[in-house]
Design a protein around this ligand. Structure first.
Ligand code: PHE
Length: 356
C-alpha cells in the first residue's frame, strides 16, 4: 500500500500540465484505475483483512484526491503568473504619435465668414443642392428664355423617357435659398446661406463644383448703404485689415439696382495682397432684391425691401491664404491638405480670432 501511495504521489508531483494530472487520476481512481480495482478486491477478503485494508485504501484515495486538487491549483497559478509576466506592459511609455486630420481651407473660410456675419445678426439657412427650375431660376426672375440660364452652364438631372416634367438642376448659385428662407420665415429676415453650387466649367479658376455664401437682409427701410457697410465690415474683418470696396453697376435679374463688388488689392509678380495698393479684384455680386423676387416668395414689396449678395467662398480662401490654383482644393492631396489645413480645435470666432 505504501508503494501504491508513493507511486501516485510521485506521478502527481511530476505532472506538468492539466492533461497529465487527468491521466494520473484515471490510472489511479478511474473506473479501471488501480486503486478502484484494489477496492473491488476488498469483497474477497476476510472481515479481519478488510478491516485493515479498507480504511487504508480509503486514506490513500483521499490523499491522492487532495494531491490532485493541490497540483491543479498550483499549475493554474503558475500559468497565470506566466501570463502576467508575458503580458506585462509599461503604461508609462509615451504613446505612438497619431496623425490627425485637418480642417479644409474651404470649411475654415466658410466658418470664418459665418462667424463674422452671425455677429451682425445673420442666421444660417440651407437649401437643397438638387433644386427645381422654379427656385433656381423662375422665382429669381430668370424666365425660361433668359440668357442667364445658358450663361450659367447648368447641370440638368435626367428624366425617364416619357416623363415630361421639367428636369431638376444642380443649383447654379445659392440664391434659391433666398426664396426658400423667405417662404419659411417671411420678413423681416437676415440670413446667410453657405454651400455648394455647380456649373459645367473647368479650368484653373473654375471647377464644376464650388462654394458660395448668399446673404439676404429684408426689413423696412433697408438701402444700398446698409449693403455697403455690411460688405465692408465683412471684408475688413475677414482679411484683418481695413479693405476698401468698389461698387460697379451691373445686372442680375433678381436685384435692382445691381452691383458687382471689388476689393482693393495689390499685385506683386503674380501674388496678390488684399487691403493695399490700387488694383481691384471682383469678389461678389449684390444688389437690392427685385420686387418680383419678393412677390414670388410671398412678400409684399411695397412694405418690405432689402439687399442680397452672393460671394465665392473658394476665391476668398485663395486670396486670404495665398492658394494659387483652385483645382488643388478638390484633389484631396494629403500633402496639400496638411500644408493648407487648419487645426480642428481652432474654431473661428470673433473673440478667439478667426484663424491661427
Ligand atoms: N447669384 C449670383 C451669382 O451666382 C450672385 C448674386 C447673389 C448677385 C445675390 C446678386 C445678389 O453670380
Amino acid at each position: 500500500m505504501d508503494d501504491l501511495k508513493s507511486k501516485y504521489l510521485g506521478l502527481i508531483a511530476d505532472a506538468s500540465d492539466e492533461a497529465a494530472i487527468e491521466e494520473v487520476r484515471l490510472t489511479a481512481l478511474g473506473k479501471k484505475g488501480e486503486i478502484s480495482l484494489a477496492m473491488r478486491e476488498l469483497g474477497k477478503m476476510t472481515p479481519e483483512e478488510r478491516q485493515v485494508a479498507g480504511p487504508a485504501l480509503n486514506a490513500i484515495k483521499d490523499e491522492i484526491n487532495s494531491a490532485l486538487a493541490a497540483k491543479k491549483t498550483a499549475l493554474s497559478d503558475a500559468a497565470l503568473d506566466e501570463r502576467l509576466r508575458g503580458e506585462w506592459l509599461d503604461v508609462t511609455l509615451p504613446s505612438r504619435g497619431r496623425r490627425t486630420g485637418s480642417i479644409h481651407p474651404i470649411s475654415q473660410v466658410t466658418e470664418e465668414i459665418t462667424a463674422i456675419l452671425a455677429d451682425m445678426g445673420f442666421a444660417v439657412a440651407e437649401g437643397p443642392q438638387i433644386e427645381s427650375d422654379w427656385y433656381n431660376f423662375d422665382a429669381l426672375n430668370i424666365p425660361g428664355h433668359h440668357p442667364a440660364r445658358a450663361e450659367m452652364d447648368t447641370f440638368y438631372t435626367h428624366r425617364a423617357t416619357g416623363d415630361n416634367r421639367p428636369p431638376h438642376v444642380l443649383r447654379t448659385h445659392t440664391s434659391p435659398v433666398q426664396i426658400r428662407a423667405l417662404e419659411a420665415q417671411g420678413a423681416p429676415i437676415r440670413i446667410i446661406a453657405p454651400g455648394r453650387v455647380y456649373r459645367a466649367d473647368y479650368d484653373q479658376t473654375h471647377t464644376p463644383m464650388f462654394h458660395q455664401v448668399e446673404g439676404l437682409a429684408i426689413d423696412k427701410g433697408i438701402s444700398m448703404a446698409n449693403l455697403k457697410w455690411t460688405l465692408e465690415e465683412l471684408m475688413s474683418a475677414f482679411f484683418g485689415t481695413r479693405v476698401k470696396t468698389r461698387f460697379r453697376a451691373s445686372h442680375f435679374p433678381f436685384t435692382e439696382p445691381s452691383a458687382e463688388v471689388d476689393i482693393q488689392c495689390r499685385w506683386d509678380n503674380g501674388s496678390v495682397t488684399v487691403g493695399e495698393g490700387d488694383d481691384w479684384l471682383e469678389v461678389l455680386g449684390s444688389g437690392m432684391v427685385h420686387p418680383k423676387v419678393l412677390q414670388n416668395a410671398g412678400i409684399d414689396p411695397n412694405e418690405w425691401q432689402g439687399f442680397a449678395f452672393g460671394m465665392g467662398i473658394d476665391r476668398m480662401a485663395m486670396l486670404k491664404y495665398g492658394i494659387p490654383d483652385l483645382r488643388a482644393f478638390f484633389d484631396s492631396d494629403l500633402r496639400w491638405l496638411r500644408h493648407y489645413g487648419f487645426a480642428s480645435l481652432d474654431v473661428p470666432t470673433l473673440h478667439g480670432g478667426l484663424s491661427k
